[in-house]
Ligand binder design. Sequence first.
Ligand code: FE2
Length: 184
Amino acid sequence: MAIETISKDAKKSIIQLLNRLLQVEYDLLFNYPRVIDKLVNIDRIHDEQIINALEVMGKDSLRHFDAVDKLIKKLGGETMWHIDVLDGLVDVEEILVRQLERETWVVSWYKAAKKAAEQNKVKVRGFLGRSVGSSDALPEDFVDVNDIISLCERHILDEERHQRLVRDSIDRLRMLINKRATDK
Ligand SMILES: [Fe+2]
């Protein structure tokens, strides 16, 4: 079977999408401990389920950040990000609502990156223009299209799980806040 990579243009657009994604992943990775801190120490809501959801997403963000950063570099791009630092007085419900929106964007960007890879496959040509059928004789900047697609697929599953986690956390937080108000 011939080994396939993707076209130069597809690389460019995938790099752009991945950089957009990293912004969101990095924000969460950086800010989730602050959100937990605000929830527990200021709002006095010590709820294992919400804390656990935030921790799972934080850990996934770290893993995703690492994998996406490596892929961007492999594609010949440069990783770009900056942190949107949350201040200590954030409203946790507001943050979760914003996060839900971001999870939705992230899923659509991974899907767009996967589609760009699938639709722009290019056979790797080796010596005398023959398509290359084994991993030897591959150009140095070679990226296997299947690696891009499988990374996107794995991350899409994680991000869809995040959507559910955030949705459940919002419901639970509202329930706990209401309960506290009626218990008073
Ligand atoms: Fe996520």
